[in-house]
Design a protein around this ligand. Structure first.
Ligand SMILES: NC(=O)C1=CN([C@@H]2O[C@H](COP(=O)(O)OP(=O)(O)OC[C@H]3O[C@@H](n4cnc5c(N)ncnc54)[C@H](OP(=O)(O)O)[C@@H]3O)[C@@H](O)[C@H]2O)C=CC1
Ligand SMILES: Nc1nc2c(c(=O)[nH]1)N=C([C@H](O)[C@@H](O)CO)CN2
Length: 235
């Protein structure tokens, strides 16, 4: 792996997969984590990515993954924290839902950033951390309360790590609203959701890939949460 190694969490599908494919095509070396072994994982391996199977809900697996990265790679150009669970209230107990949301969206980025900051500062040039947040971090969500709270905490991590790691490492978040539906979203939900933004479209993963690429290419933006939300705040 060369001087353009990017670690992306959750590359098995959708936005994480699109980002991994884009950065590979741009000549980056990609380290990706996955939990479920989709066909996409084999394709990413064939395209040259280093892939690690990690369930971030398992602290032992998280610690072992961090140790492996520390022992294997001399530096990192960027870390993109994409891995996420969109858990609504009611699927598990409140305690379990909150614990999982705080783990995947706060505990994992917090521990990886602290443990791998030396690899970022070892990069020959400015390095980046990008957190994948959500519009609802600012607005709240009636049906994803713990999820929204955890994304708000992730936005706060962005501020602290930006201040701590500047100027060698820029730290930002991307806060999408509707980017892409899930396969089981019915027509009624899709129509209702599209109406929530001014643009009223489902832009697709590339919209977030472009936002992340903008942040990676910037020499000046840090400590910011970049909205990618179709003007939802004005609806
Ligand atoms: N899609 C959208 O419209 C929006 C997305 N976002 C944010 O953008 C990011 C990407 O979104 P999207 O692609 O839709 O996300 P998905 O939910 O489709 O995929 C998230 C990825 O994270 C992985 N993951 C989840 N939990 C764990 C875990 N415990 N350990 C390891 N990996 C895990 C999943 O693996 P597995 O497949 O095995 O479950 C999956 O590959 C997320 O942070 C999301 O919150 C924000 C607003 C809107
Ligand atoms: N990890 C995920 N987070 C979010 C998802 C998702 O599929 N996985 N989807 C959304 C929705 O698109 C929402 O923005 C509109 O219904 C939010 N976060």
């Amino acid at each position: 792996m060369g001087n353009k190694t990017v670690l992306i969490t959750g590359v098995g599908k959708r936005i994480g997969l699109a980002l991994a494919q884009h950065l590979l095509a741009e000549g980056y070396d990609v380290i990706g984590t996955y939990r479920t072994r989709y066909d996409s994982i084999e394709a990413l391996k064939a395209a040259g990515a280093d892939l690690y199977c990690v369930d971030f809900y398992d602290d032992t697996q998280l610690s072992a993954f961090i140790a492996t990265i520390q022992a294997t790679y001399p530096s990192l150009r960027a870390i993109v924290h994409n891995a996420s669970d969109w858990l609504p209230e009611g699927q598990a107990t409140p305690a379990e839902t909150l614990a999982k949301m705080m783990q995947i969206h706060v505990g994992v980025p917090y521990q990886i950033n602290l443990a791998l900051q030396a690899l970022l500062t070892a990069h020959d040039g400015t390095a980046d951390i990008v957190h994948l947040s959500d519009y609802v971090a600012e607005k709240g969500s009636k049906k994803h309360i713990a999820y929204a709270a955890s994304k708000a905490a992730l936005n706060n991590l962005t501020l602290s790590f930006a201040a701590q790691l500047a100027p060698k490492v820029k730290v930002n978040a991307v806060a999408p609203a509707m980017i892409m539906f899930n396969p089981d979203d019915d027509e009624q939900y899709r129509a209702k959701t599209l109406k929530k933004s001014l643009m009223e479209i489902e832009p697709g993963a590339q919209e977030v890939v472009e936002a992340i690429t903008y942040l990676l290419n910037s020499q000046y933006v840090t400590g910011r949460v970049l909205p990618v939300d179709g003007g939802r705040h004005l609806k």
